[in-house]
Design a binder for this molecule. Structure first.
Ligand code: SF4
Length: 268
């Protein structure tokens, strides 16, 4: 198989029995994680080993998205070396002192120096950290307006909206369905706040992965004969304070963090 262009390309290799031996509830969920670099194809014990080897051997130089993200993070750290952190703090309405810029990430203190050295109480993965660096280096510091937009309405968001649904909203919906305490955890662990239900949802919460990039998550619980749903919305200044591409990366990182939390509680 040539390099997979979608989750469906990977799904085609699997036997679609949804047996759960890989730790995922469905073959589709497993395929999505392989595509995003969170799992290896060999994690499906049902798949013929020759198929695993054939596809693992594909593409010399095929890098997982995780590897690509580590590289992006390293590049961002380098870019930070040329940034005047005091000016960045003034631009972002953040605090500066002793050579460090201080911001709140997911409601927790995080500080960084000009070498990209991070001090924080929270474990943030590369998918979240790379957008944090971009926010510091290029964010315009526009104040939030409280007007919410979908990903496709952000600048250049429309072409990637399908992918956003597939990689972020769908996995988050599946996670919320199988881990009922997800939103309570987000409120407690990440200082999210529950807001008036938006768009007719059953639950709406606002998270602040970055101070000027709030994220509104709306969840509709499943009802008899009707599937649940999740929609993620952004302030209409979000794409000025962070690129639309980095907003995607940030959300992918958040979903990974939430999945880890659920796994700690025994939900897969
Ligand atoms: S172990 Fe393989 S066949 Fe079973 S659910 Fe996972 S991906 Fe599908």
């Amino acid at each position: 198989m040539s390099r997979p262009r979608s989750t469906v390309d990977i799904l085609k290799l699997l036997d679609k029995s949804n047996c759960g031996q890989c730790g995922e509830p469905t073959c589709m969920a497993f395929a999505a994680k392989v595509f995003s670099g969170q799992k290896e194809l060999g994690g499906c014990p049902v798949l013929d080993r020759s198929l695993v080897e054939e596809n693992a051997a594909q593409g010399p130089g095929r890098r997982s998205m995780g590897q690509e993200m580590d590289e992006a993070l390293a590049a961002m750290k380098k870019a930070l070396a040329g940034v005047d952190l005091e000016e960045a703090a003034a631009r972002l309405g953040a605090r500066y002192g002793d050579g460090r810029l201080f911001i709140r990430v997911l409601g927790k203190d995080l500080s960084v120096d000009s070498q990209g050295r991070i001090l924080t109480d929270i474990h943030v993965n590369a998918w979240v950290m790379a957008p944090v660096f971009e926010y510091i280096t290029r964010g315009r510091g526009l104040a939030v307006t409280g007007k919410w937009l979908g990903y496709r309405e952000l600048e250049n968001g429309a072409p990637r909206y399908g992918l956003f649904v597939q990689r972020i909203e769908l996995p988050l919906r599946q996670l919320a369905d199988r881990y009922p305490d997800l939103f309570r955890d987000l409120l407690e662990i990440f200082s999210a706040r529950q807001v008036e239900n938006q768009l007719g949802s059953d639950l709406s919460i606002v998270l602040n992965p970055l101070p000027l990039v709030p994220v509104l998550i709306c969840y509709w619980r499943p009802e008899e004969g009707i599937e649940s749903d999740v929609k993620i919305l952004f302030d209409d200044t979000a794409d000025k304070n962070l690129s639309t591409e980095s907003i995607f990366t940030l959300c992918a990182g958040l979903v990974q963090m939430f999945e880890k939390i659920s796994m700690k509680h025994g939900f897969r």
